[in-house]
Ligand binder design. Structure first.
Ligand SMILES: [Zn+2]
Length: 444
């Protein structure tokens, strides 16, 4: 294996030398109107994204070849100012990016030498923000990824699963901060801290939809959440505005069609509804009655919208304790990231990266931890109150104690006949300090 690899490497490197010579000759001969100005490559767990930055809108065509596996892209009327050699050094799908003999004197041929066969997605992107015209090449693994979480206790005492999406990533930096920091790094740092905290809690399980610096397509996020049987989908973002003044956090939900008062009514009937909706998916799939399917699909949507709203309110209550709020009520918006109609979903704008003070905080690990703790608390509060059927939290059905004047933590522990350490652990308390009105979950 090793010898074969070595010899093929030798062959390709001598080939590249030839190519470079050719490029040099070619660029003298022909004057192309478009040019490839840079190439960026991002590796994700189940795909690789290659982005060609171009001077103008690309005129392109592509085809793939087998043995060895290659993707060939022809850029019409183009030249390249790029050193392809440095690309793909650590990617495990693209072995090498190189140029090859073009179709004609004015075009440019780029070859991606591939490790295997992949599902190809190639599309141009129009200029946005700091980026100009681009051509995006995505190579997706064809083998269906196994669900990350194996919920062994499928129907009994299962963990409540929270899917966390760190906004942006890879070639999509998100908003750029006042001092130049990238939203994609801030969101990932907070998401990781949040997941770590949740995974320490009994009965909760976090699943990170993005674990590194790469882009996850919008339609993949709810699908991944579904594969992991998520009970809640949280997207972490940071806001930005054209002026540096706006600041603070906000929580966004899929826009609600009904007034807020309606939510309370539905939540009161939650148990009945959730039983009905538990099998709704199957009924929708199998039913011949179009009307019934529409009604059930609508109910599923209503249920998720209402749950999302209830959780968003809880999240704001906790976030308020650690950061200024930009909006004190959940903001209803129709967003591409919130398309999971069957999973309650919220988008948390953790602050304004375009505000100097917020940006500093958002990049500060201690502040990131505070935000993660607040979100963790809101998740605990919400699911302790509304534990999904069959979950460990539902079986525990732990009483909640509201602290009154004169009570100490040890007194409360004594009263419920639980150990002080168990009480502290359940509520994520580090010290014995409690305040009047604080809600404590009493472990069994
Ligand atoms: Zn964002």
């Amino acid at each position: 294996m090793k010898t074969a690899l070595l010899s093929s490497k030798l062959l390709t490197s001598s080939f590249i030398v030839l190519c470079i010579l050719f490029v040099a000759v070619n660029s003298v001969k022909a004057h192309a109107s478009n040019s490839i100005e840079s190439v960026r490559l991002w590796s994700a767990p189940s795909s690789t994204r290659v982005v060609f930055d171009l001077k103008d809108k690309p005129d392109y065509s592509f085809f793939s070849l087998r043995s060895p596996n290659r993707l060939v892209i022809d850029f019409g009327d183009s030249q390249a100012q790029v050193d392809f050699k440095k690309l793909a050094r650590s990617d495990h799908r693209v072995k090498k990016v190189r140029t090859s003999t073009p179709k004609n004197k004015k075009s440019k041929r780029v070859v991606l030498e591939l490790e295997g066969t992949y599902k190809l997605v190639v599309f141009p992107l129009a200029p946005t923000g700091q980026y100009g015209h681009r051509l995006v090449v995505e190579l997706h693994d064809t083998a269906k990824p196994k669900p990350v979480v194996k919920n062994k206790k499928a129907d009994e005492n299962r963990d409540v699963v929270i899917a966390i999406v760190a906004g942006h990533g890879g070639d999509d930096p998100g908003s750029i901060g006042y001092k130049g920091s990238y939203e994609k790094h801030v969101t990932l740092a907070i998401a990781k801290k949040l997941a770590a905290q949740l995974n320490k809690k009994n009965g909760l399980k976090a699943v990170l939809i993005r674990t590194g610096d790469y882009f996850v397509r919008h339609e993949r996020k709810p699908r991944m959440a579904r594969e992991n049987k998520a009970d809640l989908l949280i997207s972490i973002h940071a806001d930005a505005f054209t002026s540096p003044q706006p600041n603070g956090a906000s929580v966004l939900v899929q826009s609600a069609r009904r007034a807020n008062s309606e939510f309370t009514k539905v939540i009161a009937n939650r148990e009945k509804e959730s039983q009905l909706l538990g099998g709704a998916g199957e009924i929708i799939k199998n039913t011949q009655d179009d009307n019934l399917a529409v009604i059930l699909a609508d109910m599923t949507k209503e249920f998720t919208t209402q749950s999302s709203y209830m959780f968003a309110t809880e999240a704001l209550k906790e976030l308020k304790k650690v950061t200024k709020l930009h909006k004190t009520k959940p903001v209803g918006l129709s967003l591409a990231v919130l398309t999971a109609q069957d999973i309650p979903s919220v988008l948390i704008e953790t602050g304004f990266i375009s505000n100097p003070k917020d940006e500093k905080n958002l990049n500060n690990p201690a502040h990131q931890k505070k935000l993660a703790t607040a979100i963790t608390r809101s998740i605990q509060n919400y699911f302790n109150r509304y534990p999904p059927k069959g979950s460990l939290l539902a079986s525990k059905n732990m009483p909640v104690h509201s602290v009154v004047n004169g009570e100490s933590l040890s007194l409360i522990a004594q009263r419920y006949n639980v150990s002080l350490s168990a009480l502290k652990k359940e509520n994520g308390l580090k010290s014995n300090i409690i305040h009047v009105g604080q809600k404590l979950t009493i472990p069994k």
